[in-house]
Design a protein around this ligand. Structure first.
Ligand code: ADP
Ligand code: ADP
Length: 225
């Protein structure tokens, strides 16, 4: 079923057209990669899907409802390593969204969910470390667990592995695929790395000149497994 529907979506910055009448549907459980040149509007599109910025026309709907503000079912992970609270440990960073969620999780639920996601990103041995004691890859693992711990339906990822060395990047990609298979979260993943998109995605969108230039079903992914 369709989880996100983008219709005729447009965005201007300083009278310059960044996105032009974008139409796109995203299916529940899909791993979608958006690729395209730098400055092509990928981050802008992700920010519109998340409800972080306003469009200049058209709409985004999430499970049939118009998106016009951030939604707890649709969480973003950024490229930067400084998105963690520096004064909190890995575990405290990951449990933070649960403690501040309108859903009011019990202490038992918080402990169980935090433990599950610390294990899923393979940080059990590092749960009492502070961000400055972690490598870039471990910081991104923490950010991913913190994004997923409230079990959102959609994970938006803006070049999350863009600053990592190639080996760390490959490890994180494999962890991401494992998590996606386990949780069946819908993932919208922005990258300018074509190889990364081919490794991860079911569907690849090429965004250029403010339009969806091509949508590709990625058959190479299945043949890898
Ligand atoms: P990409 O993610 O593909 O690199 P972006 O969506 O970040 O592209 O940016 C697309 C274009 O929009 C770029 O030219 C960028 O400079 C411009 N842009 C993005 N955000 C803003 C903003 N807040 N104000 C003005 N221009 C912006
Ligand atoms: P990316 O290349 O990962 O898309 P950018 O470096 O283009 O990221 O943008 C980083 C942030 O700066 C984004 O939040 C974007 O909205 C903002 N931004 C980008 N270009 C401009 C601009 N020309 N004016 C104001 N803000 C901008």
């Amino acid at each position: 079923s369709v989880i996100i529907k983008i219709s005729n979506l447009s965005k201007l910055y300083n009278d310059r057209s960044i996105l032009k009448n974008i139409d796109l549907t995203i299916e529940t459980g899909e791993f979608l990669c958006i690729i395209g040149p730098s400055g092509g509007g990928k981050s802008t599109l992700l920010n519109l899907i998340g409800g972080f910025i306003k469009s200049d026309g058209g709409s985004v709907s999430f499970q049939g409802e118009t998106v016009n503000k951030p939604n707890r079912e649709c969480i973003m992970v950024f490229q930067e390593f400084d998105q963690l609270f520096p004064w909190k440990t890995v575990q405290e960073n990951i449990e933070f969204p649960l403690k501040n969620d309108p859903h009011h999780y019990s202490k038992t639920e918080i402990a169980a969910l935090t433990g599950t996601y610390i294990d899923m990103v393979k940080l059990h041995e590092f749960k009492d470390f502070y961000p400055h004691q972690l490598s870039g890859g471990m910081k991104q693992r923490t950010a991913i667990a913190r994004a997923l711990v409230t079990t959102p339906k959609v994970l938006l990822m803006d070049e999350p592995f863009g600053s990592l060395d190639i080996l760390t990047k490959t490890e994180l990609q494999d962890t991401m695929l494992e998590i996606w298979k386990k949780t069946q979260t819908t993932i919208v993943f922005v990258t300018h790395d074509v190889r990364e998109a081919l490794h991860l995605a079911d569907q690849i969108i090429i965004l250029g000149d403010g339009t969806v230039q091509q949508r590709i079903e990625n058959k190479t992914k299945d043949s890898e497994e």
